[in-house]
Design a protein around this ligand. Structure first.
Ligand code: ZN
Length: 205
């Protein structure tokens, strides 16, 4: 990826002092935290610039793996202070666990690696707008910011189908950034449709 071509498209406010994850040596497939570059101005404690496109690119790569495995092209990464601390993809078909969604996996992995259940300083990047279960988990984890690429008008709970992420009836709300690298995710989705029509049954939903 040409880091110089990435652009800064917004800013994230961090409520807590930033924390770094470990070196990732415990997991052989874990490449270690990915540092964001090309963010222009130097880091500030608050109103910190976030390289949305870089981290969405990590989610996109994971989504491609999910699709290769016959899962929906849905993947998520968790980022703290410009470092990626977790990555996950849908594993429902692989595990037979209906809750094995990408966002759930990223939340669980981030909490495990950070050693705490409150994740206010974590930003979740996901390729597809999360479902009500996943938005509920984001709210329960006290996560402040959700970034997604493509809306899900059938199941999305950040305004696509229902609005749970910013409900006035709940004690917490998510800051939502959408549309980051949407075209690439839509392209992945379209490949699922083409494959489904070519062999008569869908390979992902
Ligand atoms: Zn979900």
């Amino acid at each position: 990826m040409a880091l110089s071509s990435t652009r800064r498209v917004g800013a994230c406010r961090s409520r807590e002092a930033p924390q770094r994850a470990g070196d990732g040596a415990a997991r052989p497939d874990w490449p270690g935290p990915v540092e964001a570059h090309g963010t222009g101005a130097g880091p500030r404690l608050y109103d910190r610039p976030v390289n949305y496109e870089l981290f969405m690119g990590e989610a996109l790569a994971e989504a491609q793996l999910a699709q290769d495995e016959g899962e929906p092209p849905c993947a998520a990464v968790a980022v703290v202070d410009e470092a990626m601390v977790a990555r996950a993809r849908d594993r429902v078909r692989e595990t037979g666990d209906p809750t094995a969604h990408a966002v759930m996996g990223a939340i669980r992995e981030a909490a495990r690696r950070l050693g705490r259940e409150r994740l206010a300083d974590v930003t979740i990047f996901t390729t597809i707008e999360p479902c009500p279960m996943c938005v509920g988990a984001l709210l329960q984890a006290d996560i402040e910011t959700l970034v997604f690429a493509a809306p899900d008008l059938a199941n999305g709970a950040a305004g696509g189908a229902v609005q749970l992420a910013q409900s006035a009836g709940l004690p917490r709300r998510l800051r939502v950034v959408s549309g980051i690298r949407r075209e690439e995710v839509e392209e992945l989705r379209s490949r699922v449709v083409v494959r489904a029509t070519s062999n008569g049954r869908p390979t992902a939903s």
